[in-house]
Design a protein around this ligand. Structure first.
Ligand SMILES: *C/C=C(C)/C=C/C=C(C)/C=C/C1=C(C)CCCC1(C)C
Length: 238
């Protein structure tokens, strides 16, 4: 009867399942935190805080169902994962647009290309091209986004429109922007690693001895990036 409330029980020793559980709990906690802080920050940061809470709130719900699917022995919750990403990654892009007032459309479409091609590769639904080719297209979209938001300026490289606007903004915005750039550059690079782990014949053999799989890597990436993005915005806002 309690399964109705708690869902399917995880089995002892199911480390992957545990990371789904921790994911849902930490996303929920972060959501409460961002909502409470929404009331404390300056008016111009209120939308950013609300979006941060939406990102972790949407993820908390998806993690709840992903944990269920995993615990029921149905394997990797690829569809739920990508539904979550197609909602939350564009919202992360909105955070850049809220800080700078530019770049929303371009970044939005690049994130759609990245995630749709990633889904094709991971799910194998197309059957036309293999995972490597879809992954390479997703990777190009990712690199373009990293350039556009100014990640390359960390090494003195060139910047796209959003990166330029971040650098020229006033107050605490450039510092917050720099943190978000680090998340996109380092935090987001966790995902292609997870993707390669999940693609047979890529590195899946090489890392066979390690207690890592695609879902654990994605779950770690989501916790770092979704909560981290909100914390970066919050630290600028408070
Ligand atoms: C909250 C969720 C986030 C921040 C998800 C980000 C996802 C990515 C940056 C995914 C990138 C991928 C590649 C760069 C190549 C392989 C396919 C993907 C979709 C895993």
């Amino acid at each position: 009867m309690f399964n109705f409330i708690l869902g399917v029980s995880l089995q002892p020793g199911d480390f992957t399942g545990f990371t789904f559980f921790i994911g849902s709990v930490s996303m929920l906690a972060a959501t409460v935190f961002f909502l409470v802080q929404h009331g404390q920050v300056d008016k111009k940061f209120k939308d950013s805080m609300l979006v941060a809470a939406l990102i972790t709130g949407i993820a908390a719900v998806h993690y709840y169902y992903m944990r269920d699917q995993w615990a029921a022995g149905l394997g990797s919750p690829t569809e739920l994962r990508y539904i979550d990403w197609i909602l939350t990654v564009p919202l992360m892009v909105v955070e850049f647009a809220l800080l700078t007032g530019v770049g929303m459309r371009k970044l939005f479409w690049a994130s759609v290309v990245m995630l749709v091609t990633g889904y094709f590769g991971e799910s194998g639904v197309t059957g036309m091209l293999d995972a490597q080719i879809w992954g390479a297209i997703a990777g190009l979209a990712y690199f373009w986004m990293a350039y556009e938001v100014g990640c390359l300026t960390i090494f003195g490289g060139p910047s796209g429109e959003v990166g330029n606007a971040l650098a020229k903004a006033d107050g605490k915005i450039p510092a917050a922007g720099r943190m978000l750039q680090w998340f996109v550059l380092v935090g987001w690079s966790i995902y292609p690693l997870g993707y390669m782990l999940g693609t047979d014949g890529w590195y899946s053999g090489m890392l066979a001895g390690l207690p890592l799989n695609m879902d654990i890597v994605y779950n770690i990436g989501d916790a770092i990036n979704k909560i981290g993005f909100g914390m970066a915005v919050w630290s600028a806002a408070k």
